[in-house]
Each structure stands twice: as structure tokens, then as C-alpha cells.
Design a protein around this ligand. Structure first.
Ligand SMILES: [Zn+2]
Length: 242
């Protein structure tokens, strides 16, 4: 079900155990070859496919396209909520769901910069609601919900998600090929961080002049179809477990 299609009496009539999914994405630069709305388009597609499978068992809020994209602001077009504003925005949205009686809330994420804020927002809310024993508050990033797709498809050049990379370019070739520019001649940009496993703070400019990380030239439609199927499967099975 889509929250945006329902009336308030319909929402009131839903069982409070119904999982509520708030999809969170971004509008930010995706290299010279992919559109700014890439994360929102890809997550929107996964939500559309998942909703078809789960129908009246799960309630989906409309996708929140404004994300925490401060690290991409050096590139024109990127729109970002500053980290602390974003944290409050997520907390308000989840608080509203709790106020309406829902108990199982999922922030379903499609953008790397939202991972830390979504986890922090739920961490803080859980401390505020510590006496409740009936709450399930989950932050889930779609590409982290299963084993690496490379295990089942060794042709994949990348084992993990990059940015405007092989994986995202492949999936965009499936859902919006009309928006994909020249990717075949782009040289690979390393995703490695020299001081890992320590987490080094970064801006995208520190790591990539053109704005992408990974190997977009390795993208193709077949990989995109495989990744979309795989990620949909992982989202659906998580929501079924809830
Ligand atoms: Zn992206």
C-alpha cells in the first residue's frame, strides 16, 4: 500500500503491526554520466517492485528525496539537508508514524550519506522511547541487505557499492537508459581508502575529480537486471521478517 493513496480513515483502520517503510534517498551529483536523481530513481524502482509483492502487508510512505549529500556539494545541482537538519527531519517523520500508532518503522535507504544519520536518528528515538517494548525501529540500506551479488555473478567487477559506479550505472541502464550518458570510456576510480579500516572523513572531491567511485565502464543491462532482482528480493525478505 502507498500512504499517499489512502484516506485518514483507511490509515486509522490499519493494524498497528503493519510495517511502515519510509524510503530515503537523495538528489546529488552522480558523475558526468548519470542524472542527479539516480539514488531516488533506483530506490523508487525497488520500492515499486517490493510494493507489488507485499501489497496490503506493508505501508510505504512517499520517497524522501532530500538527503544528506553535503560531501557532494562541490558539484553543481546537488541539493542537501545539512546533517543535523536531516537527523531532525528523519526523527520527526518516524515520530509521526509512532504517534499514529504504528510500531514497526523502517527507514529504507538508497544513499550512502544517509546511513549514519538514519542509524543515529533511530538510536536517539529508541533512547527517548526506552520504556516501550513493542517497537521495532530499523535502518536498512538496500545494497547491504544480503551477501555481495558478486558471489552469484562473478562477472561483476565490483564486490561492493561505489558511487555512480558499475552497479548504479547498470541498474540505470535498465530503468532509465534515456538518462545514461557516455559511461563506456570512463576510467575506473579506486574506492579504496588508504587508512582503512579506520574511517577517514572525506568530501567527494578528495576521492574523485569527476564525481564517481568505482568502475562504470563495466556496466551493462544484464548486470542491472540481476542487481535489481537481487536487491528487490533482499528488501522483500527483510520486510517479510518484520
Ligand atoms: Zn547513488
Amino acid at each position: 500500500m502507498n500512504l499517499a493513496d489512502l484516506t485518514w480513515p483507511q490509515v486509522q483502520a490499519l493494524p498497528h503491526e503493519t510495517p511502515v517503510v519510509v524510503p530515503i534517498a537523495a538528489l546529488e551529483q552522480h558523475g558526468p554520466h548519470l542524472p542527479l536523481f539516480t539514488d531516488s530513481l533506483l530506490l523508487g524502482e525497488l520500492v515499486r517492485r517490493s510494493e507489488q509483492r507485499l501489497r496490503d502487508r506493508v505501508l510505504f510512505a512517499p520517497l524522501m528525496w532530500l538527503g544528506n549529500s553535503e560531501h557532494h556539494l562541490d558539484f553543481p545541482g546537488t541539493l542537501s539537508a545539512a546533517p543535523r537538519s536531516y537527523l531532525e527531519l528523519l526523527k520527526d517523520c518516524v515520530r509521526n508514524c509512532l504517534m499514529h500508532g504504528f510500531r514497526r518503522i523502517v527507514l529504507l535507504n538508497g544513499h550512502g550519506g544517509n546511513i549514519v544519520p538514519s542509524q543515529q536518528a533511530l538510536f536517539e528515538l529508541r533512547q527517548e522511547t526506552r520504556d516501550r517494548e513493542d517497537l521495532v525501529l530499523l535502518a536498512a540500506t538496500y545494497w547491504q541487505l544480503g551477501p555481495s551479488p558478486q558471489e552469484a555473478m562473478p562477472e561483476l567487477s565490483q564486490s561492493t557499492m561505489g558511487h555512480a559506479c558499475e552497479w548504479e550505472t547498470s541498474m540505470m541502464l535498465v530503468i532509465r537508459p534515456d538518462l545514461v550518458g557516455d559511461y563506456a570510456s570512463l576510467p575506473e576510480v579506486s574506492r579504496e581508502q588508504p587508512l582503512a579500516p579506520a574511517h577517514q572523513a572525506w568530501t567527494t572531491r578528495d576521492r574523485s575529480e569527476a564525481g564517481y567511485l568505482g568502475d562504470p565502464a563495466a556496466a551493462n543491462v544484464e548486470k542491472g537486471q540481476f542487481l535489481l532482482d537481487r536487491f528487490t528480493e533482499n528488501v522483500v525478505s527483510l520486510l517479510e521478517r518484520i
